[in-house]
Design a protein around this ligand. Structure first.
Ligand code: NAD
Length: 357
């Protein structure tokens, strides 16, 4: 029976980067004898414009009925002044993750050897870099109670960082299991010198360590971790951390790879898993055929590997991306002297050619 994939391009460059990834999935399916049914839906500002809500019930139902979801990105200046619950990120992305129970966001940070020079760090610091950040996705600072109340002289504004032991348990276990399969090292990142939630996080994760004797566990404060990621990123294997810490650290880590346009992600743990590039809708370059589609194409490869267990097809897509980079093709964000600059569409076609060939 055909596997069902919900396709949600969203806003900005979403409409440009998602179609090439769908073409690549179709080609991989053809090549390896799989069958996918793609069903497209609206999300974010595009959904708000059409239906009055950034996450229409129809889209939520579509996601629930699918085996996996491929998402572009949401948001843009046009929708920034809407009430918070109608804004693309707060009103669609966060609730979608929460409703589907996607509590773990896996963000592999890999440096393609061809792009080691595109990093803002010296190439010897980043070449061969391969780390996995596990970001907790449905708790922490993004989901705690928020308040804004008027007080004499202005406002009192509140965001809260909340975790339950269960929420820490499931994401930490997933990170330990990943570390076991990879290099055997797990860094748990917190702010236990200041935050109560972090102190419990650290104590609990430490308690789990005895169940994973093959994993070397270390704890690190988030501020130090940011510094270590630019000082000596290769010291890390798997990192696990709170929602907002993970959001910030992975944007930082993205730059190690040369461009945010190269980093895929998978959000797992609940109903259908969600695959998306880590970048946003890049309104500054939207509609100009400038966006790098590789993060989305690599997210599609993660989908094949994680949700559908199609390792061969996933590796083939990654190999096609490597081959295209080997031949010197680059989108503007990863362009270097002597390379051939191509647009979004052409980059997608090149990956397709190298997959079929
Ligand atoms: P962004 O990631 O969209 O862009 C940051 C910078 O990276 C920009 O200069 C952009 O041109 C560049 N960039 C991003 N993706 C690229 C790609 N594939 N190829 C080439 N260059 C790329 O972040 P931002 O500017 O802070 O946010 C823009 C909008 O996206 C906002 O509305 C924000 O809320 C939203 N956003 C959405 C998501 C998501 O949907 N998951 C994530 C982050 C931000």
């Amino acid at each position: 029976m055909a596997k069902k994939i919900a396709v949600l391009p969203g806003d900005g460059i979403g409409a440009e980067i998602v179609p090439p990834a769908v073409k690549v999935l179709k080609a991989a399916a053809g090549k390896y004898g799989h069958e996918f049914e793609f069903r497209w839906g609206l999300i974010g500002g595009a959904a708000y414009d059409e239906t009055g809500h950034p996450l229409p019930q129809e889209t939520l139902d579509l996601c629930r009925e699918s085996d996996a979801i491929l998402l572009g990105a949401v948001g843009g200046p046009r929708w920034d002044n809407l009430p918070v619950h109608l804004r693309p990120e707060a009103g669609a992305l966060l609730p979608l993750r929460k409703q589907l129970g996607l509590y773990a966001n896996l963000r592999p940070v890999k440096v393609f050897p061809q792009l080691a020079d595109a990093s803002s760090l010296k190439s010897e610091l980043v070449s061969g870099l391969d780390i996995m950040v596990v970001r907790e996705l449905t708790g922490g600072l993004y989901f705690g109670e928020k308040k804004k109340e008027e007080i004499p002289g202005g406002y009192r504004v509140v965001d809260t960082l909340v975790y339950t032991t269960d929420e820490i348990d499931r994401v930490a276990r997933l990170a330990f299991a990943l570390a076991e399969k990879r290099g055997g090292k797990l860094t748990s990142v917190d702010k236990a010198n200041v935050l109560e939630s972090s102190r419990h996080w650290r104590e609990y994760v430490q308690g789990l360590a005895e169940e994973y004797p093959n994993v070397e566990l270390e704890h690190m404060y988030v501020d130090n971790c940011a510094m270590q990621l630019v000082r000596a990123p290769k010291q890390f294997d798997v990192l696990v951390t709170e929602n907002m810490f993970g959001d910030i650290l992975t944007d930082l880590a993205a730059q190690l790879t040369g461009s945010i346009g190269m980093l895929p992600s998978a959000s797992i743990g609940g109903e259908a898993a969600l695959y998306e590039p880590i970048h946003g809708s890049a309104p500054d370059i939207a509609g100009k055929d400038l966006a790098n589609p590789l993060a989305t194409i690599l997210s599609a490869a993660m989908m094949l590997r994680i949700t559908f267990n199609m390792e061969e097809a996933a590796a083939d897509i990654e190999q096609a991306v490597t081959a295209v980079l080997d031949k010197g093709y680059r989108t503007g964000d990863i362009m270097q002297p002597g390379m051939k600059q191509v647009g979004t569409k052409e980059m997608g076609e090149l990956v397709l050619e190298h997959l079929s060939g």
